[in-house]
Design a protein around this ligand. Structure first.
Ligand code: SF4
Ligand code: SF4
Length: 433
């Protein structure tokens, strides 16, 4: 694609990077076929190619974001299916990240949107605040239907619907410290405790620590870890995301220098995609560029790390699993076959739902901020999953677990919970009911 940026504009490294991305796009439109919002809405401006034109026009003319650009960029799930499909290697992720920062810096949203976004950014990344908010949500749930009928309160009503019915007590797995290997030691990793996941489903990291230590891997929960920054990063709140990234980089580099680390293990693929991008996010910060790149190399999804341990083959068990590949897993990190191979090796029968490339509509805060499109995508996803006639659903991302669970009666678990069970752990509590 031909571009017309001035030398002065290209002196800004963010603009220069976006220009290089734009030049790679050859307008072929292959990406439209796999874009969930184009497939759902049928509008070119809700396709990757349409959004790329909108971003190009906005950046080239150096103008503030307007309502049209904001509408169509907000509808983008950042699922990155377009990057998997694109034959020209267009890095849509970095382009839309830049567009979202530009929107945040130049566009004044209506008051209710600003309030909602500020609330989400102030609550979701902080486990204690999220726990309090979810407790309060229980009181508000009876009014969810009413709130959804009032335009000003609609998004709060959607949040109440998504809030889980029960809440587990704080998990010991989130406490800082070292969990020694319980068999001959063969590795040492740090684990990201995360922000929403330990509140919504602490059993994921509990299963991870049990499994790893049983396999001879020492697990460190470093003091000072926090949210990876993905939630606010996708809202264009660059500085808040970079503060989170720098804090985690400091914590993990300290852990690596003190005791050595083979990996930083991540059990939420949405977080993994962002942490693997820390090297890029902090590339212009001389104090952090090198350390952040080191962290990105160490970052591994739990299934990637488990695959390196050469686990023994287990006897077949009579359980069929529909494997839902999160977008951040398959498109963001390009991890496609590894989780399924691990499950098969562990004795499960694995089925692939149709249209596996399409997002379930979770996408961070998307199911709160774009509830209609999100609900359409969830219904489509659940229909495809249920058509597999599997016993349970496995996936590798807390956002998908929360989203899909509200649309089906099928049990949905994290892949690592099933692997922990297969390699000597208890049957997951959610399957014992
Ligand atoms: S990230 Fe997903 S929703 Fe956004 S343009 Fe690409 S395919 Fe479409
Ligand atoms: S597939 Fe790639 S090159 Fe083709 S229009 Fe989409 S982003 Fe551009």
């Amino acid at each position: 694609m031909q571009t017309n940026f001035t030398p002065a504009q290209l002196a800004d490294p963010h603009v220069a990077e976006s220009e290089a991305i734009l030049r790679k796009c050859v307008h072929c439109g292959f990406c439209t076929a796999t874009c969930p919002t184009y497939v759902t809405l049928g509008n070119e401006l809700d396709s990757p190619r349409g959004r790329i034109y909108l971003i190009k026009d906005m950046l080239e003319n150096g103008r503030p974001a307007d309502e049209e650009v904001v509408t169509h960029i907000d509808r983008c799930l950042s699922c990155l299916a377009c990057m998997t499909t694109c034959p020209s290697g267009v890095n849509y992720m970095h382009l839309v990240d830049h567009a979202r920062i530009h929107i945040e810096n130049t566009y004044k949203r209506p008051l209710k949107d600003r309030l909602m976004r500020a609330t989400l950014a102030a609550v979701l990344p902080y486990p204690q605040r999220l726990r309090l908010a979810l407790k309060a949500a229980r009181l508000g749930r009876p009014f969810a239907g009413l709130m959804k009928r009032v335009p000003l309160l609609k998004t709060f009503g959607v949040m109440l619907d998504l809030a889980p019915r029960g809440l587990a007590p704080p998990s010991a797995a989130a406490q800082p410290g070292v969990r020694p290997a319980t068999t001959e030691r063969r590795g040492r990793v740090a684990i990201l405790t995360g922000c929403a996941q330990p509140v919504l489903k602490p059993e994921i990291n509990e299963a991870t620590i049990r499994l790893l230590t049983r396999l001879g891997v020492e697990v460190v929960v470093p003091e000072g870890e926090g949210c990876c920054g993905a939630l606010v990063h996708h809202m264009g709140r660059e500085e808040q995301a970079l503060v989170a990234a720098r804090r985690n980089v400091d914590v993990w580099i300290k852990a690596a220098d003190e005791g050595g680390l083979d990996a930083i293990v991540i059990t939420a693929s949405g977080c993994g995609t962002t942490i693997k991008d820390y090297g890029h996010m902090l590339r212009l910060d001389p104090a952090y560029a090198e350390k952040a790149a080191r962290v990105s190399v160490l970052a591994k999804d739990i299934t990637e790390y488990l695959a390196s341990l050469d686990l023994s083959r287990q006897e077949a068990r009579n359980v069929t699993v529909a494997y839902h590949s999160a977008c951040s897993m398959q498109h963001g990190q390009r991890i496609t076959t590894v989780p399924k191979l691990l499950l098969k090796n562990a004795g499960f029968t694995v089925r692939d739902p149709a249209e596996g490339h399409l997002c379930c509509g979770s996408a961070g805060t998307y199911n709160i901020l774009q509830p209609e499109i999100s609900a359409t995508l969830k219904a489509r996803k659940v229909k495809n999953i249920e058509a597999t006639k599997a016993d349970i659903i496995a996936t590798g991302n807390i956002g998908c677990i929360t989203q899909i669970a509200t649309g089906t009666q099928m049990p949905i678990l994290h892949t690592v919970e099933l692997l922990d069970w297969a390699y000597g752990g208890e049957k997951p509590a959610s399957l014992q009911k």
